[in-house]
Design a binder for this molecule. Sequence first.
Ligand SMILES: [Zn+2]
Length: 263
Amino acid sequence: MRGFSKLLEGIVKYNLFDKKHTLFQLKLYGENPDPLSLMFSCMDSRVVSTKFTNSDLGDNYIVKNAGNFVPYPDDLEQIANTTTAAGALELTCVRQKIRHVVVAGHSDCKAMRLLYDLRKQMDAKTGSPLELWIKKNGWRTIEKFQYLKEENSFTGPVPFMQESENTKFKITIDPGQQFNIVDKLSQVNCIQQLENIAAYPFLKERLSQNDLLLHAFWYDIHSGNVFLLSRERQRFVEVNERSYFGLMQEVKNRASAKILSES
Ligand SMILES: [Zn+2]
């Protein structure tokens, strides 16, 4: 019973030590919380995005699933196929005016391992529920993964559509050769989700005006380091006190005057 007793013990400890402070924070935000971002993250128990972003109560909307996928919107006409991701995007980016959508991938991802193992049978319409989820949402990632070849030491570059205009940007994957092939696939997958998000028709206008910005984080669970996709440097860049100002400047360069006036 270790697993469940830990949950109940956690609630008892929360009642004793944390509830008062949490209620104080909830009262502070009142009925109109003003979250900063919508984050899509893998459901892996080791990936706690609020921890590595040092986020507080009320800061982020978070959608989690196996593989941090944002399903491409080609099935949205059938209501049965409407996804959590689509609902979350509408809730936060249309009904509310969230400025930043983040996709957070990570190393040693079990969903990416399965996608890698299934990469040669993406067309087969059979499999377990998890395999079908991975195939349905992962085939675009596998198409991009083909750009990683032996002759470029499996670094690409890989082209992705720029969401604010009809051009492409190229990303070199793991130029320092720090990560294994499944982790490289995970980085490609993380960036592919930005393309998927940008394909939602109801986001087009805000994206074209740079009024809504899409970002990719990648978390290395072995080192604890967090990387941000840099389009200017065409690779993932580790976020730390040395890179912070340069990376913030890049984000400001992409932002609309409206976003800049708020910050
Ligand atoms: Zn994962």
